[in-house]
Design a protein around this ligand. Structure first.
Ligand code: AMP
Length: 602
């Protein structure tokens, strides 16, 4: 219940004094978006005035917007590669940031097949923490009583490495969960997790997931919300339950912990709370042994009020499956963030996924927006200095228009293109709210992997070399991210030209082609396959000769121009998928895991 409070906020009545402060902060930031942005830019430019980067563009200490815009180029990650390399190799001078680079955050976006390395500074953790601290006060406006129970969140750390110069390189969430900000967070009745820190921080993904699931089951009546960062992660947890419920039930029955949980700290922590509970074991057995898992989430966790997972952007493909397992619980997308910078939050988190808009918080970084023209996407804009792009400021974006997001961060990224396309849906005070449209140049995505057209093309080319000994080749191909399976997997449709029908490629060869494609894909994909088990084996579906011509006929019948028709390299439209699937002559799966190691290859 939202308590009757003398405190108030235009967003709604806060649940407690702490929430009132958070909501007030949101109000202040969004009301003064313009002045906050000016202050942020001035702070960044004055602090970093002596850096090599800013000196290069002769800002000469200027901190105003006009000078900044006239002198600094718009850049991509590739433009910063030399600086990033130097920092990674141990150059500690003030290259991008006056404050020392504390570590690299490894983005799921890749460059030359490897995760991008995002430099960060210590104080960025405070900024991230600040954004996190706003999420529950907003949620409490919409869902009452969240202080009366717990959240079952499946949170994981991933492997980390060191750069040649000795800096840590790891994902932003791993960095956050391992920080004191997270580990020693003060008790907050609105933010109690079923998972102990020991389970979240266990680097072994099986042990981590197993114990988080076990704790969630033990506390099943207390669970009020269930979540993971992305929808794919929550579905992976459901799949894990499908595969491991017998052992979990056994542990509950006997009060003894699975011997596969070998991490000493984790084991000690769980053993303390695990007591024989035959009744619960029987319940889990009863529910999980049913063939029908529809609504399993609300059957096991009957007090769940909503699922807290991102289902915007590429994750929207998981909404039907989540609805199936949860019996249609509300899906809350609470925040929009990246390794480069945390951007903002959803002020109406219980809205329908299709209506989610994120309000960018003007204190997080300096934001600029490039009006996006969809047909220029693949060629890219001319961002040369001779042709300065017309970038729009945060408060000046227009409702209904699409923009590409650019950021200037405290850690030293200046006018950096994030690669996300956003559409303005409205304003909260003077801060715009954005619908996440898509990430540029992403063809296929299952989890955090992002495969673009060029990567898929190279993968097909590399794999098709194996067809040579059969005197065969790939004449056309397209792809689809199949999320009907858990985990989802890439499906690549191939139409083959077989010159000698007595020597057509056999199953073995085509399986090896699947593996060769996987070996060619970027390291985020391969990590998903090998370490995270978040992506299933790649599948090649060979289609009948003439299928792609039929595809073209279909497109033309729907109005495509015959001269301009290009084979789509990814298809999601159901009638086209049905057409392709009805022409499949054989299907082949990757027989092994591709290579992957946490070490970077470059
Ligand atoms: P990473 O750098 O690996 O942390 O990935 C950040 C990217 O994930 C963003 O630039 C977006 O493309 C995507 N992303 C993050 N949050 C959301 C969200 N709430 N909805 C849709 N996409 C998101």
């Amino acid at each position: 219940m939202v308590v009757d409070s003398p405190l108030s906020s235009p967003l709604g009545p806060p649940a407690c004094e702490k929430d009132a402060k958070a909501l007030q902060f949101i109000e202040e930031m969004t009301r003064n978006a313009e002045s906050v942005q000016q202050r942020v830019l001035a702070e960044i430019l004055s602090r970093n005035a002596e850096t090599e980067y800013l000196t290069r563009f002769q800002l000469n200490g200027a901190t105003d917007r006009e000078t900044f815009k006239s002198k600094l180029p718009v850049i991509t990650y590739e433009d910063l590669q030399p600086e990033i390399h130097r920092i990674a190799n141990g150059d500690r001078s003030a290259i991008l940031s006056a404050q020392p680079i504390s570590e690299f955050l490894t983005s799921s976006g890749t460059s030359a097949g490897e995760r991008k390395l995002m430099p960060t500074i210590k104080e960025e953790l405070d900024r991230r923490q600040l954004l996190y601290s706003l999420l529950m006060p907003v949620m409490n406006l919409y869902v009452a009583g969240l202080d009366k129970g717990k959240g079952l969140y499946f949170l994981f750390v991933k492997s980390e490495t060191r750069t040649p110069g000795g800096l840590l390189a790891r994902p932003v969430l791993t960095s956050y969960y391992k920080s004191d900000h997270f580990k020693t967070r003060p008790y907050d009745p609105y933010n109690v997790y079923t998972s102990p820190n020991e389970a979240i921080l266990c680097p072994d993904s099986f042990q981590s997931m197993y114990t988080q699931m076990l704790c969630g089951l033990l506390d099943r009546h207390q669970v009020l919300r269930l979540g993971a960062v992305f929808a794919s992660g929550l579905l992976r947890a459901i799949r894990f339950l499908q595969l491991n419920w017998r052992q979990l039930a056994h542990d509950m029955e006997t009060g003894s912990l699975n011997l596969k949980i070998t991490d000493p700290l984790l084991r000690e922590c769980i053993v303390k709370t695990l007591k024989p509970n035959p009744e619960l074991a029987q319940f889990v057995h009863h529910e999980c042994s049913k063939d029908d898992w529809e609504g399993i989430i609300v059957r096991i966790w009957p007090n769940t009020k909503y699922l807290d997972v991102i289902v915007t952007g590429a994750m929207a493909q998981y909404i039907p499956t989540l609805d199936y397992y949860s019996g249609g619980l509300p899906l809350a997308c609470t925040m929009y963030a990246s390794s480069e910078c945390y951007f903002g939050l959803n002020l109406n988190p219980m809205c329908k996924p299709s209506e989610v808009s994120y309000t960018i918080m003007p204190n997080m970084a300096y934001f600029e927006f490039f009006p996006h023209e969809p047909n220029l996407d693949s060629t890219g804009f001319d961002f040369t200095r001779e042709l300065p792009p017309k970038l729009v400021d945060l408060v000046d974006v227009e409702v209904g228009k699409e923009y590409e997001l650019l950021i200037t961060t405290y850690a030293g990224l200046c006018r950096y293109r994030v690669g996300d396309i956003l559409r303005v849906t409205g304003f909260h005070n003077s801060a715009p709210q954005f619908h996440f449209v898509r990430r540029k140049n992403v063809l296929l995505s299952i989890d955090s992997d992002k495969t673009d057209e060029a990567e898929l093309q190279t993968a097909v080319e590399n794999a098709s070399h194996l067809l040579r000994e059969h005197n065969a080749s790939v004449v056309e191909y397209t792809s689809h991210a199949d999320t009907k399976t858990i985990p989802g997997h890439y499906v690549v449709y191939w139409e083959l030209l077989v010159k000698d029908s007595t020597n057509s490629p056999d199953n073995d060869t085509l399986e090896q082609c699947c593996l060769a494609m996987e070996e060619s894909l970027n390291s985020v994909y391969r990590q998903g396959r090998v370490a995270d088990n978040s992506i299933g084996p790649l599948e090649i579906r060979v289609v009948k000769n003439g299928t792609f011509e039929e595809l073209m006929d279909y497109a033309i019948s729907r109005g495509a121009s015959i001269n301009q028709y290009k084979v789509p390299r990814c298809v999601n439209f159901t009638p086209i998928l049905e057409l392709l699937d009805s022409r499949v002559v054989s299907a082949h799966f990757s027989p092994a895991l591709p290579h992957w190691s946490p070490e970077r290859s470059q």
